[in-house]
Structure formats: structure tokens, C-alpha cells
Design a binder for this molecule. Structure first.
Ligand code: KIV
Length: 269
């Protein structure tokens, strides 16, 4: 089965369809989210938090993202795969950006890359695009800048900051990005950016006006009981389900009621 291309993703809003993207980090969940019918999978550097247990995304390395991209690529055949460029893998400039992006495609098996930031990356993005590497931009509450922001705070709240964000979005489109993630910004600003661009915006905590939506898979599944930001809708309570299921296993093992003869190879009776 052929994977969904950047051209198909770009066409969706024109055909009146919203883009559905989730993050994913392994082959098992890749198989499941493909079955659920997502358009795109982001192998996000959010893996630093949900997989590795860090406080933020900054410690994640390019090798680690590549490792997870490979696993996801093996698990599904149809969704478009976006590999996230982690902190420190592109900030040195265009040469570092293109080298890291090429590794994500070559070794990770993804079809495009995502990076955080605006016009300052335009030259590197243009080089990637000329080299045949599709790039997704990411503006607003960009988690790799958590220390600069002083925490995970909604961005572009002032008129000046909103103007700067619109200018960055236009610069990213001009540089050749095929799409843009808008994270943690006021809904009217996201609507304005979406209207100003020809490429689709994909929102997270950016309201209803984007051309698509993305959520961190573990968040939408409700795996972390203590994580309840305003933008998040939990579509299930897997925290409870996992605790209950593993708890039931523990109870049965301790009581000697699992395994039974039904689960045994060559049972003795
Ligand atoms: O790393 C990630 O999961 C992301 C999404 C939140 C957009 O960048």
C-alpha cells in the first residue's frame, strides 16, 4: 500500500477534509493508529516525556528519534510519516539541518521532517526542499524553547507577537514547508494564520480553525492521569484500564488462579 504523500495532505483542506495526525513511537501503536485511519503520524520528540520520562523534550537525540521512526515505519504502511528534528540537531544552521533531515529519511524511513521555529530557519528549509526533503514547520508554543518561554505558556497573545507569528508562518510557506503545526496559541490567531496560508495548518491547543489537528497519542488515550491541560480531550482512560488489567493479573498470580490448565503446554492432567 502506498503511503499518503505531502501532495495528498495539502489537497485535503481544498477537498473539504481535515487532516488527522497523531504522534506515535512504536510498531504496535503504529499498527493500531493506521487501523483507526489517521492520515499522518508524527514521531515526535515528545517521546522524551512520554517514553523516556524526561521533564521536557530537550534531551532527545537524533539517533533516538531515528530508532523510533524505524519502529513506526515497520508497524504501518499507509499513514504519512513525519520525523521530528530534536533540539540541537538543526539549530547550527542549514548544513546541520539538511544533514539531520537526510538521516531521518534515509535511516528512519519517514517521508518528511518537522522542525520548530520561524524565519530564522528559512534558508535551511529551502535547501532541504530543493534536496527533495519535505518539511513541516512548527510555530507558537514550541516545546524546545521551554526555557526561553519560562514554561509551557500560550504564545502570540499580544498584537505584536501575533504579527510576528503570521510573518514567520508566511516565511515558512515561502521557504517551501508543505504544512505547519500551530501549538498553544489563541484560536483567533490560528484562524488568521490558516486564512493567510495556502499550506494546511495542523493545530494542537490552537482552536477549531486549523486545517487539521494533532494530539500526542498517550495524551488522547488518557495514559497520564495527572496531565490535564485545557486543550486536551482524553478519548479514553487507559491509565485506569492498564492499572486495572495489570492489577487483575497480579491478583490472579498471587492467588494461584492464573495460569490454569487451559494456558499450559502439555498439561499434566
Ligand atoms: O513532539 C511532538 O509530539 C510534537 C507535537 C505536540 C506537535 O511536536
Amino acid at each position: 500500500m502506498k503511503r499518503i504523500s505531502t501532495t495528498q495532505l495539502r489537497r485535503k483542506p481544498r477537498d473539504g477534509e481535515r487532516i488527522v495526525m497523531v504522534t506515535c513511537y512504536d510498531a504496535t501503536f503504529a499498527r493500531l493508529v493506521e487501523e483507526a485511519g489517521v492520515d499522518a503520524i508524527l514521531v515526535g520528540d515528545s517521546l522524551g516525556m512520554v517514553i523516556q520520562g524526561h521533564e521536557h523534550t530537550l534531551p532527545v537525540t537524533l539517533d533516538e528519534v531515528i530508532y523510533h521512526c524505524r519502529a513506526v515505519a515497520r508497524g504501518c504502511a499507509r499513514p504519512h510519516l513525519v520525523g521530528d528534528l530534536p533540539f540541537g540537531s538543526y539549530q547550527q544552521g542549514p548544513d546541520q539541518l539538511i544533514a539531520s533531515a537526510a538521516r531521518l529519511l534515509k535511516e528512519g524511513g519517514v517521508q518528511s521532517v518537522k522542525l520548530e521555529g520561524g524565519a530564522e530557519h528559512a534558508e535551511g528549509i529551502a535547501k532541504c526542499v530543493r534536496a527533495g526533503i519535505p518539511v513541516m514547520g512548527h510555530l507558537g508554543l514550541t516545546p524546545q524553547s521551554v526555557h526561553q518561554f519560562g514554561g509551557y505558556r500560550v504564545q502570540a497573545k499580544t498584537q505584536t507577537a501575533a504579527e510576528r507569528l503570521v510573518a514567520d508562518a508566511l516565511a515558512l510557506q515561502e521557504a517551501g514547508c508543505f504544512s505547519l503545526v500551530l501549538e498553544g496559541i489563541p484560536a483567533p490567531v490560528a484562524e488568521r494564520v490558516t486564512a493567510a496560508l495556502e499550506i494546511p495548518t495542523i493545530g494542537i491547543g490552537a482552536g477549531v480553525g486549523c486545517a487539521g489537528q494533532v494530539l500526542v497519542l498517550y495524551d488522547l488515550l488518557g495514559l497520564n492521569e495527572g496531565f490535564n491541560p485545557k486543550f486536551l480531550k482524553k478519548y479514553d482512560n487507559f491509565h485506569r484500564r492498564v492499572v486495572d488489567a495489570v492489577g487483575a493479573f497480579a491478583t490472579e498470580v498471587r492467588a494461584g488462579s492464573f495460569p490454569t490448565e487451559d494456558h499450559a503446554h502439555y498439561p499434566s492432567h
